[in-house]
Design a protein around this ligand. Structure first.
Ligand SMILES: Nc1nc2c(ncn2[C@@H]2O[C@H](COP(=O)(O)OP(=O)(O)OP(=O)(O)O)[C@@H](O)[C@H]2O)c(=O)[nH]1
Ligand SMILES: [Mg+2]
Length: 339
C-alpha cells in the first residue's frame, strides 16, 4: 500500500482485509511498516482488533524492509494467504519516501502494488500518482474520501496520466465503506446522478434471509416489537452513514448537499428504546403517561419525542400488518394519511 501521508492507506488496508475475509473467504494478515510513528502501528492494531484480523508489527525495528519480510514469513507460518503491507507516507513526494517504498517493493515483489490517493486533493493527485508510478509501476489506484464534496474528477485525470485501473473507492471512515470501482458509476457521480446500484448492493449485502423470515412471522402474529425495530435500525446503520446513503439517491445528493445530516440519525430512537423495559418493548400498549415520563428522562429526550416514536411505531406496525394481508389499497391509503 503506497501513498502520501493521510491519503488513507492504513484505513484502506483494514477495509481491504475485511473485504477479502468476508467476500472471498481469505485469511489476510496486516503488516505495519510505518517505523516513524508508533501511533501508526497502534492504529493498525486497533483496526485489526476491530475486524478480528491478525496484525504483524515489530515496534523496536526501524527497518521497514526487514519488517515486511518478517511479516510475510509470519504469514506463511500461520496459514495466512494474503499479506497486506501498510507503509509510511510523507506530506509530499520526497526522495527518502520514494527510495523506502521502492526498497520494500523490490525486496518483497508483491503481486499487487496499490497507490492510495485522497480524491479531495483534486488535480494534485495526478502529480503524486505520476511520481509513485514512475518508481513503483503500481498495479492499481485506490481513490479514497469520495464521501466528501468532491465529485472525483481526479479519477479521470489519474487514469489518463498513469493508465492504471482504479480498483476500489473509499467512501467513509468506517470499515464497510469500500466499493469496487465502476467507471460508469463514477461517470454518473461526476454528472450528479447518484448511485442507486451501489445503494441496492449495500442493502442486499446486509440482508439476512433467515432474519427476514423470522420477522415476517412476527409481523403476521402481531408480535413485532421495539427489539425488532432496533435490529432493523442496526441493519440500516451497517449500510453506511446517512449522508452517504442519501447521496446515492439520484438528485438527493445535490438537494441535500448543504443539509446537515446527523451521522447518527437514530441516536434518539435508540436511546428511547434502550430506556424501555422488556415488557414495554414487546408490548408498547402498556406505555402510559408516567412510563413515558420515565422513558423520556432515562433517554435524555422529551415526552413529545417518546410520543412521536410510539406513534411512528404504531403506524409502521399497522402498515406491516396490511402488507402481510396483501391489502395493497389500504396500505397506500395509510401511507397517504402519514403524508
Ligand atoms: N471520509 C473519509 N475519511 C477517510 C477515508 N479513508 C480514510 N479516511 C480518514 O483519513 C484519515 C487518514 O487516514 P489513514 O488511513 O490514517 O491515512 P494513512 O495514509 O495511513 O496516513 P499515514 O499513515 O499518516 O501516511 C483518517 O482520519 C481516516 O479515518 C474515506 O474513504 N473517507
Ligand atoms: Mg497510516
Amino acid at each position: 500500500m503506497s501513498g502520501l501521508q493521510g491519503s488513507g492507506k492504513t484505513t484502506f488496508s483494514g477495509k481491504l482485509a475485511n473485504y477479502l475475509k468476508t467476500k472471498k473467504t481469505k485469511k489476510p494478515l496486516l503488516v505495519a511498516c510505518d517505523v516513524y510513528r508508533p501511533a501508526a502501528i497502534d492504529q493498525l492494531h486497533v483496526v485489526g482488533e476491530q475486524l478480528k484480523i491478525d496484525v504483524y508489527s515489530d515496534k523496536g525495528n526501524t527497518d521497514p524492509v526487514a519488517i515486511a519480510q518478517a511479516g510475510i514469513a509470519h504469514a506463511k507460518q500461520n496459514g495466512h494467504n494474503v499479506v497486506i503491507i501498510d507503509t509510511a507516507g510523507r506530506l509530499a513526494v520526497d526522495e527518502a519516501m520514494m527510495s523506502e517504498i521502492s526498497n520494500i517493493h523490490k525486496a518483497i515483489a508483491p503481486q499487487e502494488t496499490l497507490f492510495v490517493v485522497d480524491a479531495m486533493t483534486g488535480q494534485d493527485a495526478v502529480n503524486t500518482a505520476k511520481a509513485f508510478n514512475d518508481v513503483l509501476n503500481f498495479d492499481g489506484v485506490i481513490l479514497t474520501k469520495l464521501d466528501g464534496d468532491t465529485r472525483g474528477g481526479a479519477a479521470i485525470s489519474i487514469k489518463s496520466v498513469v493508465n492504471k485501473p482504479i480498483k476500489f473507492i473509499g467512501t467513509g471512515e468506517k470499515m464497510e465503506a469500500i466499493d469496487v470501482f465502476y467507471p460508469s458509476r463514477m461517470a454518473d457521480r461526476i454528472l450528479g446522478m447518484g448511485d442507486v446500484v451501489s445503494l441496492v448492493e449495500r442493502a442486499q449485502e446486509q440482508f439476512d434471509e433467515d432474519e427476514a423470515r423470522k420477522l415476517q412471522k412476527k409481523i403476521a402474529k402481531n408480535q413485532f416489537g421495539f427489539d425488532d425495530f432496533l435490529k432493523q435500525i442496526q441493519q440500516i446503520k451497517k449500510m453506511g452513514n446517512m449522508k452517504d446513503l442519501v447521496g446515492m439517491i439520484p438528485g438527493a445528493g445535490k438537494m441535500m448537499k448543504d443539509v446537515d445530516i446527523d451521522d447518527d440519525a437514530f441516536k434518539h430512537i435508540e436511546a428511547i428504546i434502550h430506556s424501555m423495559t422488556e415488557q414495554e418493548r414487546t408490548n408498547p400498549s402498556v406505555i402510559n403517561a408516567s412510563r413515558k415520563k420515565r422513558i423520556g428522562k432515562g433517554s435524555g429526550t422529551s415526552v413529545q419525542q417518546v410520543n412521536q416514536l410510539l406513534k411512528q411505531f404504531d403506524q409502521m406496525s399497522k402498515m406491516m400488518k396490511m402488507m402481510q394481508g396483501g391489502k395493497g389499497k389500504a396500505m397506500m391509503q395509510a401511507m397517504k394519511n402519514m403524508g
